[in-house]
Design a protein. Structure first.
Length: 97
């Protein structure tokens, strides 16, 4: 004997989707410029500065753009970063002339 389906059994409940998590160490290391480029600090400015000349230390102080090969990894670690996700494609197409 079959029972008719009750209206309660046909109710579909919406489940919450997975919330992506920000990698906090990456969030402290990378920033986004006004144009949407991802920048990082240069390595080598923490210690042993006495043997480095002033010009070298000055250049190490500047922010440096993330390379195209690391771009996808940074975006994956920082899913909510307000970044121009097509900048990688534009940078690769503009360099080939």
């Amino acid at each position: 004997m079959r029972f008719p389906l009750s209206p309660q059994s046909l109710t579909v409940f919406a489940t919450k989707g997975y919330k992506m998590k920000t990698h906090k160490a990456s969030a402290k290391r990378f920033r986004v410029t006004g144009k949407g480029k991802i920048v990082r600090r240069r390595a080598g400015k923490q210690h042993l500065l006495a043997k480095k000349n002033t010009k070298r230390k000055f250049c190490l102080s500047k922010m440096h753009e993330v390379s195209r090969s690391d771009y996808d990894n940074v975006i994956g670690a920082l899913p909510y970063l307000k970044v121009d996700r097509n900048a990688k494609c534009r940078a690769s197409s503009s360099s080939v002339i």
